[in-house]
Design a binder for this molecule. Structure first.
Ligand code: ASP
Length: 348
């Protein structure tokens, strides 16, 4: 192949962090063993048919995604940053259990992303006879290497590809531990679908500017809690959660369109927390739809206290956005306004 042609072939970096997708079954012993991504072309010869080159990098000790944390998120960002200029796109493989958190965090940590970063994984190991891993992996790579007629990447955002659908990553949530269709994006349509053809929904994609610099942000504040309301929740429980030492932020999972108890003790506790400078984000427990602060009396008190309107954000994305913004040195006065603005297409 001529060097001109080679230069036009997208170069994709595959980052393996761990998870089921990287397992292969040893049929003699019936045991799952790690798959060798260094020899990816030997193990998945179908990849040779793709019009791209693939390099791989793997976490030294791959993790089950239950062990994911903010240090690993920074590790993923470091890998992307160090390879940003030399690669055309990135495919990140993680376990599906916490993929929506991780992919949301990565979306906030890269400002003005100009290349595709596509997360995928699988429900069955890559070496299993009925695996969903091969299709997910092959199509994710294909998406990451897709260019438009001007030779620019089609996707310039963090996506999550699973079972024939590409979603905006920070809009996703894992909904099924059994079916191949493990993810959904309740408040934003899929941005691409894979059928006989790979079809992008251009009007739904985030636009990026090549004139602006891409910035990688690595300060995350993890002193936060998720406080999920349930009928019968006691003062003692709420009090102890809001008094976690050094607490900086709370994702408050409320009912319906953002509603919460109106009893005096609940309101007082929240008021005190906000006064202390703790940022509280109202997020709905409902899978679809979102918060409409002030629609009912049962959310009007939250609005008056200064609780942040999480609108239609997912809990996963709210956690990531809160950690990201708390790490960004934003003044207490401005924080609510900044949070309520759409940063990476994560909320309405
Ligand atoms: N427990 C695995 C993980 O999240 C499941 C998966 O890979 O999908 O790491």
């Amino acid at each position: 192949m001529s060097s001109d042609k080679m230069a036009n072939i997208p170069n994709i970096l595959l980052i393996y962090t761990g998870g089921t997708i990287g397992m292969i079954k040893d049929y003699e012993s019936d045991v799952l063993k790690p798959f060798d991504f260094q020899n990816i072309y030997e193990n998945i010869p179908e990849l040779k048919q793709l019009n791209c080159t693939i390099e791989t990098v793997s976490f030294k000790d791959p993790i089950d995604s239950s062990n994911m944390n903010t240090d690993y998120w920074v590790q993923i960002i470091d890998i992307i940053e160090n390879n940003y200029d030399s690669k055309d796109g990135f495919v990140v493989l993680t376990g599906s259990d916490t993929m929506s958190y991780t992919a949301s965090a990565i979306s906030f940590m890269i400002e003005n992303l100009t290349k595709p970063v596509i997360f995928t994984g699988s429900q069955l190991p890559i070496g299993d006879l009925r695996t969903d891993a091969k299709e997910n992996l092959i199509t994710a790579i294909q998406i990451a290497s897709s260019k438009n007629e001007k030779g620019q990447p089609v996707v310039t955002e963090v996506g999550l590809y699973f079972e024939y659908k590409l979603y905006r990553a920070n809009r996703t949530t894992k909904i099924n531990a059994e079916q191949f269709e493990a993810f959904t994006s309740p408040n934003y349509p899929s941005i691409a679908e894979s059928g006989v053809h790979l079809k992008f929904n251009e009007s739904l994609l985030l636009k990026s500017s090549l004139k602006k610099k891409t910035i990688f942000r690595k300060h995350l504040e993890d002193s936060i809690v998720i406080l999920k309301l349930f009928p019968g929740i006691t003062k003692k429980t709420v009090q102890s959660m809001l008094n976690v030492p050094n607490l900086k932020g709370v994702v408050l999972e409320t009912y319906g369109s953002g509603n919460a108890p109106t009893v005096a003790w609940f309101e007082e506790l929240l008021k005190d927390a906000v006064k202390k400078g703790i940022h509280i984000v109202d997020v709905s427990q409902c899978v679809g739809g979102g918060v409409m602060l002030g629609l009912y009396e049962t959310s009007n008190h939250l609005k008056n206290i200064g609780v942040i309107d999480g609108k239609d954000i997912t809990t996963e994305s709210a956690v990531a956005k809160l950690m990201y913004l708390l790490g960004e040195n934003i003044s207490k006065k401005k924080f609510k306004n900044v949070f309520e603005k759409q940063l990476r297409g994560e909320m309405r």
